[in-house]
Ligand binder design. Structure first.
Ligand code: ADP
Ligand code: MG
Length: 695
């Protein structure tokens, strides 16, 4: 196997969505580079390359020659903003005043208020204005053209050149002016979207107070070791993931779960980095630090959500490349057939707007940030797009629809065994199973004070049950598939129709008893399912490994379809079958047992991930708290996002088509074309930034 090296390169100067594309192209064309992801929000590139063919230096050089700086974040943050911010503001102000004066002059002249004002400006002055004002843009376009790339500014530059070619200096100046205004507005919006993500990172404390050699010491949170003890005072954020050793506090976990109601934490409680302790101090034994904490993983996923781009974004990426030849074609026709150089210039000028291509990534970024804030982790725009189109919702039962904390309600001993014998045998065999049912059996045994045996040869059969050797006897606990012994008792049917799960307990091939377990439906489920239905998801179906009657009891209560007796692989098959029929499938499940089916679904939503390493990795979306109301929320965010994106596209298409037609027919003078092209850009940016304010 070829050895691949993966590096993260911090990049400065990407202030528009298109910039990431330039960086991606610059790196991916190097020999030996296997994959590149460029992130606008976290200002970095993640590159996989073969060190025999490529080098870090070569990659950094490529980034720099594309016009961006390779610089670590910390250093840049410390120095840049103040000085640059002030100088920039002055420049923007000067530019704005100049632009408004120019605009008023030109439009006023056109309307006949003043006469031939702009004609009195000598052409060298006009040329100088255009060149000075447009220098950064022209430089970027020239660079891109040399690399045979087309950017959104390529068209604008063509427009400005065309205007100058027909001696419309004022028009060229207006094009340049709005080009810069558009850039500025975009970098402003990018910065806001970026802050939504970065604000999240800032929630993790930088320092931690550790007990070392009998005394308290402040050390950087990253340097704390697993197993050490940290101390958190009231009003401080917890710097690590860990378990409370001593002390009591009220912990606000909103940073992770979005849940504003604080929880009480005392000895034995699990606490998470970036959550806020108040009303008491805690001593915490460290289990995870830095990037390994639940919070660290969340941040990483939000940061890297940009890698999973929506199809509509890919389309947008290629848009300018397709659009340019079309516009140039129309311009050529206008010149060739219409013999009208002014109209030709107007065509090139009015076509400049393609802001929707730029605004789409910002819309996605805004929604990922908004989701994270309320405890809904979205791993990429791709999943927002799919979720907005989804019409099938498949739901796991145990731990997802139900609380996943079943209780043993009935014990039916057979063949002269006592209830305690059956329970003790089952609990001993289930000793090391992670299944919620196993936990229920152990709790019931503990409550009765039974002493348990040590199981040997323990083996779990997913979707069926377990087998183990206890005191030399072969014990099996599970459903009918696990214990295929023919039996029929009216009382068992009775229990199943009540929605209870039966655990058959067998010893050496003999059925010795049956346990019945009941799990509670999560209280918020019915309302959440109604909301999802109201959003147009037509098909809701319960998928469970539990038996027919139990499944039917719950499904009828919720008014949804169901399939019972499914093994984990059967669940995957059900997902695939829907997909084969062209349906877009969402699956909600626990991230542990259902991970494969979640992965197969178009959008897998993993439930209850705070503190669970596997669950966070499992889904395409992750609910950081066990709350079904986040499911309709996810659908809503997805619909809104795609609504904004589609409106952007439709608006741009209609506007540009109208503008192009008018310009080609000679109804739109270049000056007006220049003014007209600038409006949709600003409108689209404003439309996308609505998503930043999502409640
Ligand atoms: P679900 O699909 O509802 O989440 P699972 O696939 O986890 O349920 O389990 C399906 C069925 O398999 C359970 O209802 C139970 O009958 C049986 N089973 C699974 N694991 C165990 C276990 N450790 N002990 C007893 N029964 C089990
Ligand atoms: Mg389950």
């Amino acid at each position: 196997m070829a050895t691949q090296q993966k590096v993260e390169i911090p990049i400065q100067g990407m202030d528009c969505a298109e910039c990431t594309q330039h960086v991606r192209q610059a790196i991916s064309t190097l020999p030996g580079v296997a994959s590149v992801d460029v992130f606008l929000a976290s200002e970095k590139a993640v590159v996989c390359f073969n060190p025999a063919l490529a080098s870090l230096q070569a990659i950094e050089r490529a980034v720099e020659s594309a016009g961006y700086a390779v610089r670590p974040l910390a250093a840049a943050q410390a120095s840049a903003p103040l000085a640059a911010g002030f100088g920039r503001r002055i420049l923007v102000l000067l530019g704005l005043v100049f632009g408004v004066v120019l605009f008023v002059a030109v439009v006023g002249e056109w309307l006949g208020f003043f006469e031939a004002l702009t004609e009195r400006v000598p052409w060298p002055v006009g040329l100088a204005l255009v060149l000075i004002g447009g220098y950064p843009v022209f430089r970027d376009v020239a660079r891109a053209t040399l690399r045979r790339q087309v950017t959104s500014h390529t068209l604008m530059t063509l427009g400005a050149v065309a205007a100058m070619a027909v001696s419309e200096w004022a028009t060229a100046a207006i094009v340049v002016f709005f080009m810069r205004v558009g850039d500025y507005a975009e970098s402003f919006t990018t910065e806001r979207a970026r802050r939504a993500v970065k604000g999240l990172t800032a929630m993790a404390p930088q320092m931690a107070r550790v007990e070392r050699a009998g005394e308290e010491r402040e050390v950087p949170a990253r340097e704390v070791q697993v197993g050490e003890t940290v101390i958190v005072r009231p009003g401080e954020r917890i710097p690590v993931d860990g378990e409370v050793v001593s002390g009591h506090a009220t912990v606000d976990q909103a940073t992770i779960t979005g849940e504003s109601l604080p929880v009480e934490a005392g000895p034995g409680a699990k606490v998470f980095a970036a959550t806020l302790a108040s009303l008491g101090s805690l001593r915490i034994r460290v289990t995870h630090v830095g990037a390994d904490t639940t919070f660290g993983r969340v941040v990483k996923m939000v940061e890297e959500a940009e890698a999973h781009r929506a199809d509509v974004q890919r389309l947008a990426d290629r848009f300018s490349a397709y659009y340019l030849p079309v516009v140039v074609g129309i311009a050529a026709l206008t010149l060739g057939v219409g013999r009208d150089p002014l109209a030709t210039a107007a065509v090139l000028v009015v076509a400049c707007s393609c802001a929707f291509a730029l605004a789409t990534p910002i819309a996605m970024l805004a929604s990922v940030g908004a989701g994270a804030k309320r405890g809904l982790l979205i791993k990429g725009g791709k999943y927002l797009e799919l979720l907005a189109r989804a019409d099938v919702l498949l739901i796991d039962k145990t731990g997802t629809l139900t609380l996943g904390r079943p209780q043993i309600t009935d014990i039916l001993p057979l063949d002269g065994a006592s209830p305690n014998d059956v329970l003790a045998l089952a609990a001993s065999a289930e000793r090391y199973s992670e299944h919620p049912l196993a936990e229920a059996v152990r709790i019931a045994a503990r409550e009765r004070g039974l002493s348990l045996g040590e199981p040997q040869e323990f083996q779990a059969a997913p979707g069926r049950g377990i087998r183990a050797r206890v005191n030399g006897a072969k014990v099996m606990v599970g459903n009918r598939r696990m214990v295929p012994i023919a039996y029929s008792l009216p009382v068992l049917d009775e229990l199943e129709t009540q929605g209870k799960t039966l655990l058959l307990v067998a010893r050496d091939g003999q059925l010795v008893g049956v346990l019945a377990a009941a799990d509670t439906l999560r209280p918020e489920v019915p309302a959440a399912l109604d909301a999802v239905r109201a959003l147009g998801v037509t098909h809701l179906e319960l998928l469970t490994g539990d038996n027919e009657q139990t499944a039917a009891a719950i499904a009828t209560r919720l008014g949804i379809d169901y399939r019972a007796d499914l093994l984990p692989e059967d669940k995957i098959a059900v997902v695939k079958a829907y997909q084969a029929r062209g349906r877009v499938v969402v699956m909600v499940g626990d991230g542990v047992n259902d991970a494969p089916a979640l992965a197969q679904a178009d959008v897998g939503i993993a439930m209850g991930a705070a503190g669970s390493d596997v669950a966070i990795e499992a889904g395409h979306m992750v609910l950081m708290r066990e709350d079904w109301s986040l499911v309709p929320d996810a659908f809503r965010i997805a619909r809104r996002t795609m609504g904004v994106v589609k409106l952007n596209i439709a608006f741009t298409a209609v506007y540009n088509l109208a503008g192009l037609s008018l310009a080609a027919l000679g109804f739109l003078p270049p000056v007006l074309a220049a003014a007209a092209q600038s409006l949709p850009d600003l409108g689209i940016l404003a439309n996308s930034s609505r998503l930043l304010r999502q409640k």
